[in-house]
Design a protein around this ligand. Structure first.
Ligand SMILES: Nc1nc2c(c(=O)[nH]1)N[C@H]1C(S)=C(S)[C@@H](COP(=O)(O)O)O[C@H]1N2
Ligand SMILES: [Mo]
Length: 352
């Protein structure tokens, strides 16, 4: 990352993990310099001249694509909100072992340009019976409890891989991907938590049935719940309905008798956001959504003008609802590894 050009809050230096201050998430499109970074291992330095993308497994013709091959294919640009499944984890009362305690800024929206994954898969021919696409990145490292170097890899059901908007992205906000965000090529899987959008893409393997041991599928990024001694494990997939407050800032001061515009963003991977309510001290009130129509996988902006009357410390809150009726809960939904935090958004402010 270029020093001095970023407004990110560093969570860990190596590997590099950093989140956005919520005030930097006011624009519809998040600039690359303030877009959160989530990496499990050191960022691989990939040279374009020897970069190859191998397509293997249950395909008619195993094939190797160079960067120039991808550039020759038709591209598509999609605005997609990416959120880390661990976003908001600091909102849980207890800390899960070995997991990043993100605030609420491991989310952002970019315009991603690339080649639909389907076009690549169709060009090599998917064999009947193939059901999962295992994407592997060029990064790897040690993982507790496993021998040797473990690559970052993750499988995606073929159906999701074949959707029009699932792309092998080469550009982010019109520029070539930066090293932190997956240069030279990454997956962008709209509507799913970030772990599916594999960076520094190196191989794509088609498999039938349940994929082979893939660490980031089976050990991490699963909702682990224990009820009456019985453990259930569900894969982490779609973004749960969620929101952030981008103004005022947490811990900020505002003046009594003066109107402030309370703003934020809301998203859901399951359906379009249909409503955002805010509680400014007198119960839930509808906020205005603007613009009303945005891309299917892009967050919406919401706002509500507020003229606080009484002075003192207070908490303001926001909660979003989507068209399927999913609503942010008042309390976080507990699961062992603390993924998918989506309790109502809150900031503390002092009215002076
Ligand atoms: N190869 C690789 N891809 C990866 C990761 C990684 O560590 N290695 N992290 C994933 C996770 S958990 C998230 S949230 C997103 C973050 O993308 P960003 O760093 O561009 O914001 O990348 C995903 N893709
Ligand atoms: Mo993530």
């Amino acid at each position: 990352m270029k020093k001095g050009k970023t407004s990110l809050i560093i969570a860990t230096d190596s590997p590099l993990n950093a989140e956005s201050p919520l005030s930097s998430l006011r624009p519809r499109i998040t600039p690359v310099s303030s877009f959160f970074i989530r990496s499990h291992f050191a960022i691989p330095r990939v040279k374009l001249s020897n970069w190859r993308l191998g397509i293997e497994g249950d395909v008619e013709r195993e094939c190797v694509f160079g960067y120039a091959d991808l550039l020759r294919m038709p591209t598509r640009t999609v605005s997609v909100t990416l959120e880390c499944a661990g976003n908001g984890r600091s909102g849980f009362r207890t800390a899960a072992k070995d997991e990043l305690r993100w605030g609420h800024g491991a989310v952002g929206t970019a315009r991603w340009t690339g080649v639909p994954l389907r076009a690549v898969l169709e060009s090599v021919g998917v064999r009947t019976g193939a059901s999962e696409v295992v994407a592997e990145g060029a990064d790897s490292g040690a993982v507790r409890g496993l021998p040797g170097e473990v690559p970052y890899s993750r499988s995606l059901p073929l159906e999701k891989a074949m959707q029009d908007d699932t792309i092998i992205a080469l550009r982010m906000n019109g520029q070539r991907l930066s090293p932190e965000h997956g240069y030279p090529a990454r997956l962008v899987v709209p509507g799913w938590y970030g772990m599916a959008s594999v960076k520094w893409l190196r191989t794509i393997r088609l498999v039938s049935g349940s994929p082979r041991q893939v660490f980031f599928n089976t050990v991490k990024y699963v909702y682990v719940e224990t009820e009456q001694g019985k453990e259930t494990r569900t894969p982490v997939r779609e973004l749960r309905v969620n929101s952030i407050i981008t103004n005022p800032a947490d811990g900020g001061s505002i003046e009594a008798g003066r109107t402030v515009r309370v703003t934020g963003r809301a998203w859901s991977g399951q359906a379009a956001v249909s409503r955002v309510e805010v509680d400014l001290g007198s119960g839930w009130r509808n906020a205005e959504l603007s613009p009303k129509r945005v891309g299917r996988f892009e967050w919406v902006e919401w706002r509500k003008d507020w003229t606080p009357k009484r002075t003192g410390e207070m908490t303001i809150a926001a909660r979003a609802t989507d068209e399927k009726g999913n609503v942010q809960p008042l309390e976080p939904w507990e699961n062992k590894l603390q993924y998918g935090y989506n309790a109502v958004a809150k900031v503390r402010v002092r009215v002076v």
